[in-house]
Design a binder for this molecule. Structure first.
Ligand SMILES: Cc1cc2nc3c(=O)[nH]c(=O)nc-3n(C[C@H](O)[C@H](O)[C@H](O)COP(=O)(O)O)c2cc1C
Length: 481
């Protein structure tokens, strides 16, 4: 075909595309004329709009293509080479997540999607929430000291925690009542964690049972224990955890009494949620969450109940158990109880909630395999110290006797690197995956775990660290304390 004929064909094609677009616009006007109030006044005209606009489009398109001396080969070709149409995403969760680039974005989507009280339960902390904020700020006050020219073609993010290899120094923290964010709750988180090979810790106050979680996850799992006055019940939970293949016990020790969550008081949030005019209005404004909540089975504390009390099936209603827990939390909990726990569990024990060097030393003396420096994400004692400030002194004191872990404010892969630099074997993350669950269910958790992995690897490469052992105290420095 000659160049001239190719050019002419191009012009005709452009003209036809414009004609088609004109006809579409005309049809749209026709529909609007039928539906809009007052639209009928245009009725006599509408019939001619699609063909008229098609003709105008054909002539206009042809003129534009000829005037610019370009046709399909150039205009459309160029357009095609620079513009790609995005496939329309059918899943609303995927659409929401597609607009997120960080944990802060997930938090924002969760804030918009969940009722105010539910979001406040996840996001909130004790009293003025200063410790919660300081946990995060401590990460912001640490700067990196990147080393360069160190061939980082192969970066190995694996870490050893309690003698087991982990794909990266990250463990999912126990969080109670996960089904408040998404009806799949703990099952969704455990499945996503197993896919990523990351250890999932199930809370005593989980809303899916020890056995249910084990049945959907072949990945590594820890079980978190609150010690209640009824030691028989605790022993039974420990037995069930052993039978279901949980590898370690996390003994949480910072809840002698419950912290005062003032946000919950302001929003009127209770577990389980109680209906009032404000909660009904809130629910109507969050239809996605409300539909999920109303169409799934009632939320119960599935794990933390004796097999007998639950009629062998596991679970009592959350209201009953909330009262029960308040009566059962044992403020007498003391170091002797660690010995008792050791007598009924032969796997590793990790004490969660250590907040001073002195207690870290006592934990090492008690012979536990690990500690988590934790203030419960700032949910218990406001003005408890930000965990990252404790890390180096604690790691120096006991890092050679047990595994030092840390949580509170971990939101990025680079936060994990900072904690490793100051002596942590691994970090635990709580809200990061809880926001993700609220923003996009199981997909959300997959996404946040992917970000943690990518972010940690990227940080290692940019720091010039090829293995976690090469992330050292010299890799970071405090800006101005
Ligand atoms: C909504 C929520 C529920 C929690 N429930 C528990 C729990 O049942 N047991 C426990 O030991 N810690 C619990 N925690 C504390 C976490 O395990 C962890 O210490 C904390 O979330 C770490 O801070 P981060 O959220 O900033 O990562 C909970 C935290 C949140 C946010």
């Amino acid at each position: 075909m000659t160049k001239r004929r190719r050019h002419l064909r191009g012009i005709v094609r452009v003209a036809l595309i414009w004609a088609f677009a004109g006809a579409l616009v005309g049809a749209l006007i026709e529909v609007l004329a039928d539906t809009l109030p007052g639209g009928l006044q245009m009725a006599s005209l509408v019939d001619i709009w699609p063909p008229a606009l098609a003709v105008i489009g054909f002539v206009g398109g042809g003129v534009v293509a000829s005037v610019f001396g370009v046709a399909e080969g150039s205009i459309l070709g160029t357009l095609r080479s620079v513009v790609r149409f995005r496939r329309f995403e059918l899943s609303p969760a995927a659409r929401r997540l597609g607009r997120c680039a960080s944990v802060d974005d997930l938090r924002e989507v969760a804030r918009r999607r969940l009722p105010r009280g539910v979001f406040g339960y996840i996001d909130g902390a004790a009293e003025d929430e200063r410790t919660r904020a300081r946990n995060c700020n401590a990460f912001h006050r640490l700067e990196f000291r990147p080393r360069v020219l160190r061939d980082v073609t192969n970066v190995d993010p694996r870490a050893t925690v309690l003698g087991r290899r982990h794909p990266l120094p990250l463990i999912l923290a126990p969080t109670g009542f996960s089904r408040i964010a998404d009806s799949q709750g703990e099952l969704a988180v455990a499945r996503a964690a197993a896919r990523a090979g990351i250890t999932y810790s199930l809370s005593t106050l989980g809303t899916r049972s020890i056995e249910e979680v084990a049945s959907v996850s072949s990945g590594p799992r820890w079980f978190q224990v609150y010690v209640w006055k009824d030691r028989g019940l605790v022993a039974e939970l420990v037995d069930r955890a052993r039978e279901s293949g949980y590898e370690a016990l996390l003994l949480t020790v910072d809840v002698a009494v419950l912290g005062r969550r003032e946000r919950d008081i302001r929003t009127g949030f209770t577990l389980p949620p109680q209906l009032g005019l404000d909660t009904i209005v809130d629910g109507i404004r969050k239809p996605g969450w409300t539909w999920d909540f109303l169409t799934s089975e009632p939320i119960i504390f599935s794990s933390a109940v004796s097999r007998d009390a639950a009629g062998g099936t596991g679970g009592v209603d959350a209201m009953g158990l909330a009262q029960y827990v308040n009566e059962q939390f044992d403020p007498k909990l003391a170091w002797d109880d660690v010995d008792w726990l050791r007598s009924i569990w032969d796997g590793p024990i990790v004490i969660k909630g250590v907040q001073t060097v002195e207690d870290a030393v006592l934990a090492a003396d008690a012979g536990v395999e690990g500690i988590v420096i934790s203030n419960h994400g700032g949910r218990q004692l406001d003005d408890a110290p930000p965990t990252m400030e404790l890390l180096r002194p604690v790691a120096d004191a006991v890092g050679d006797r047990l595994d030092v872990l840390i949580d509170g404010g971990v939101r990025r892969g680079s936060d994990i690197a900072k904690a490793v630099a100051l002596g942590a074997r691994a970090c635990l993350a709580g809200r990061a995956y809880f926001y993700a669950l609220g923003a996009g269910g199981e997909r959300g958790v997959d996404l946040v775990l992917k970000w943690f992995d990518e972010g940690f690897r990227r940080t290692m490469a940019l720091l010039g660290a090829r293995t976690v052992d090469e992330i050292t105290p010299e890799s970071v420095l405090w800006r101005n304390r």
